[in-house]
Design a protein around this ligand. Structure first.
Ligand SMILES: Nc1ncnc2c1ncn2[C@@H]1O[C@H](COP(=O)(O)OP(=O)(O)OP(=O)(O)O)[C@@H](O)[C@H]1O
Ligand SMILES: [Mg+2]
Length: 225
């Protein structure tokens, strides 16, 4: 991203949700994005995923300009490249836990039931595979969303308050599993959080305030790497 802007015209004036953001992320990096409420974190994830169109600046991915203002091209870009765990998990209520994952794989043309089951085991949900989202807890639904986000092996995995509904122990387990999956499959990740405790899972920490990057640091990886 180079000098990326996302401005909103409102009756009260222009809101500069992103106000000239520049960075480059290399394959395999695990980025944590921190910043106060309203600083532009979700806006940035939405631009990274091509859910939203920036109003200025450039964004390229694997050397090509990311589509904007064109819903079909934006959808194809997301389907091919992006895994996204939303703040409110967006599970399909009429499908079981397992079916929610199989569907995403199918859409991406990568159906693989063995992998789906393996991922559900990874997030500790092997006993819940045939239940419906309405029959499991919020934290369990979040773990389904996490398993689903990596089920199609995205190039770029995005998470918005990924562990926001999990207790400390479960969130440690889930983060460890995610880091393992990202390393094994060379998935690049950007996770938004308010939890400084997640910094230890990252290779890089970017802080944002009022739509601008205020710091961007490589962190010392905790384990072997
Ligand atoms: N549709 C919109 N119209 C006008 N302003 C908006 C719109 N969406 C977001 N904003 C503004 O853009 C800024 C950034 O919002 P954003 O949702 O990216 O913040 P955030 O860092 O994700 O906050 P939080 O931690 O509370 O989720 C905020 O000032 C917000 O009010
Ligand atoms: Mg947000």
């Amino acid at each position: 991203m180079e000098n990326l802007e996302r401005h909103y015209e409102t009756p009260a004036g222009v809101v500069k949700a992103l106000d000239g953001v520049s960075f480059q992320i290399s394959e395999g990096e695990r980025v944590i994005l921190l910043g106060p409420s309203g600083s532009g974190k979700t806006t940035l994830l939405n631009c990274l995923s091509s859910l939203d169109s920036p109003t200025g600046g450039t964004y390229s991915f694997h050397g090509e300009e990311v589509p904007r203002n064109h819903s079909e091209k934006m959808t194809s870009f997301r389907r091919e490249n992006i895994g996204y765990v939303f703040q409110f998990f967006n599970l399909l209520q009429d499908l079981t836990v397992l079916e929610n994952i199989l569907l995403i794989q199918e859409i991406a043309g990568k159906k693989d039931e063995a992998r789906a089951l393996e991922l559900l085991k990874l997030v500790g949900l092997e006993a819940e595979v045939n239940r419906f989202p309405g029959e499991i807890s919020g934290g369990q639904q979040q773990r389904v969303a996490i398993a689903r986000s990596i089920a199609k092996r995205p190039n770029l995995l995005l998470g918005d308050e990924l562990t926001g509904n999990l207790d400390t122990e479960t969130s440690q387990k889930v983060m460890t599993a995610l880091v393992k999956a990202c390393k094994e499959e060379n998935i690049t990740s950007v996770f938004v959080t308010h939890d400084e405790g997640l910094v230890k899972y990252a290779t890089r920490v970017i802080r944002i305030d009022s739509g601008k990057i205020v710091s961007d640091e490589l962190t010392k990886p905790s384990e072997e790497e």
